[in-house]
Structures are given as C-alpha cells and as structure tokens.
Design a protein around this ligand. Structure first.
Ligand SMILES: [Zn+2]
Length: 309
C-alpha cells in the first residue's frame, strides 16, 4: 500500500493542487462544461489580471475552470485544503470529525464542516444500478444510530418505550464481495423496507437476512432467501449462510458515530452513510487512490442550492 505523503506539494501549493485536480477531472485535457468541446476549441487565459486555472471556450465564449459543476464550485477555500480534506476523509477508516479537520487545515469550524459535507455529497451515489444478480448473495440488516436516551437532558427524552426509541434506523444492503449501500429509513417494517430492497437489489440475487419478520414476505420476491437465527446463537449455517459482512459494516459505522462524530443529526445522517459506503466500496484500493476517486466523484455534482445560470 502506498503511504499517503502529507508533505506532497498538492497540499501546499495551489498551482500543483489545481494541476492534480485537472489531471483527475480532465484526463484528456480541459473540457467546456457547457458545450463539451475540447482541444483547439479551448484557450487557456493567462495574464496578470486573470485568475489562475481559467480557460475559455471558443464555441460558447464563456470562461470556466476545473471546479465548475463540482462540489468545489464557487468555494473560497483553497484547493490545497479541499485536497487535504479529501485525503483525510479517504484514509480515516472511522471518519474524521470536523473539529479534527479544522485543526489539521487551520480553518474555522464552519469551513471544516462544510468541506466534509460537500465531499460526502460528492460520493453519494443515487444513480447506481441494483446490487447482486444471478448467483450473488446480498446481505441485508438494520441497525439503530443515535444518542442514548439516558444521556439526553430530561426535557429532550422521549417518554415512550425503551430500546430503539429516539434512534435513527439504518438499513444496509451488502453484496458479498461487492458493494454496500446504506439508507436511513423512517422505520423498520416489511412495508417500508420492501421498496428499498426491490429497487436496489437484483431479483435474481439470493437475499440473506436474520430471521426478523420484516424480511419474510419480501424474501419471496428474490431467487432465494437464506436466514440465520441470531437469537438461537446461530451465526454461520452449515451451507455458509451468514450476515457477517453487513454486521462488520455496522460495527465500523458505529465506531465512527460514537467514537468520532459523537452525535449527528438526522438531516445529515444520509451523508455520513454515503461516506462509510464509499470507503467500503473502495476498500481494495490504497488511501491515495481512494482520495483521487473521491475527488473524481465530485464531478457533475450540481449543488442543490446552486442558482440557475
Ligand atoms: Zn463552451
């Protein structure tokens, strides 16, 4: 595994940071984000009054830079800091808090928080096709994330019930030796999970879950449904049926939530899930390549608040 060198000039020199980002997002050279034209249709603008990294398209006559249509667009934060934040997120198995990033890049808390959330937005993958397929196993399990009720101030405690009350349910789908996709769901019932499973898992897959009743009916809609009975102390069946992959993924997520982030709000939970899924899905590449993959994913992510041109 290549070790990440934080002394690399891309984290200290804005020109080198920009060149690195351009090589990732424009492997064949600059492309006009409006017309898609390249090569001799593009001129690099140079001169003392021009901002660095600005190109002009001869077709639409509009200037652009490598950050157009990325989560970095219109950010005042130097690219060196974006690149370092991406590297730190890519190489921190349990995630990194905005407070820690703030110390490492020497910014204020809001900037650090913004950087990490934009990067999480970059790796969220809403367009991915279904997991699994013929001969593939997809493990599904649910867990609950959130503050422990007894730690909350009395006025904020939810009075009703015990156990998972006040926590946020998360369901993860893990293709064995494949990709992970996690969702924050409103509640864990057969009715609420069915559309998620049918949309994100190929029906030719074999579904593997615990014996929870919520998977009983939807299980029949897949080519097979294996279950393990955890309450009876069963973890791996003789035929190899198990949900150990999805459970390890939850273990890591919980270490991040309770050890790194301490608390996270429901409004942002899906972004943290995207971050953990991204690291799981790039587990076979080294930290430097994962940071590059993260930055590459920032392409074509128009921000929700972006004003139309
Ligand atoms: Zn153009």
């Amino acid at each position: 595994m290549a070790k990440v060198d934080l002394r690399s000039p891309i984290y200290h020199d804005e020109t080198k940071a920009r060149a690195h980002l351009e090589s990732l997002l424009w492997p064949q050279g600059p492309v006009c984000p409006r017309c898609g034209v390249m090569d001799d249709r593009i001129t690099k603008l140079e001169g003392k009054s021009t901002r660095p990294g600005v190109y002009k398209c001869k077709d639409c006559r509009k200037p652009f830079s490598v950050t157009v249509n990325t989560v970095m667009e219109r950010s005042k934060v130097p690219l060196t800091k974006w690149l370092l934040a991406a590297q730190l997120m890519a190489s921190s198995k349990k995630g990194m808090s905005a407070l820690q990033l703030m110390r490492m890049i020497g910014s204020n808390y809001e900037t650090a928080w913004f950087l990490f959330h934009r990067l999480r937005e970059a790796v969220a993958d809403p367009k991915g096709g279904p997991l699994g397929g013929e001969g593939k196993h997809v493990e599904v399990d649910e867990t609950y994330i959130g503050g422990k009720e007894h730690n909350k101030h009395t006025s904020k405690k939810l009075k009703a019930g015990r156990g998972n009350v006040g926590k946020m349910p998360v369901v993860s789908l893990v293709e064995r030796d494949g990709k992970t996709r996690s969702f924050h769901v409103a509640n864990v019932t057969g009715k609420s999970l069915r559309p998620v499973l049918l949309k994100h898992i190929n029906a030719k897959s074999r579904l593997v879950t615990d014996e929870s009743g919520v998977y009983l009916h939807v299980g029949k809609e897949f080519s097979g449904h294996g279950t393990v009975n955890h309450t009876a102390g069963e973890y791996v069946k003789a035929d190899g049926t198990h949900t150990n992959t999805v459970e390890s993924s939850f273990a890591l997520l919980k270490r991040g939530v309770y050890g790194t982030f301490h608390s996270l709000s429901e409004a942002h939970l899906h972004r943290y899930l995207a971050e953990f899924d991204f690291r799981a899905n790039t587990r076979n590449i080294d930290d430097a390549a994962r940071a590059d993959a993260l930055l590459t994913a920032a392409k074509d992510k128009r921000l929700m608040y972006r004003q139309p041109d």
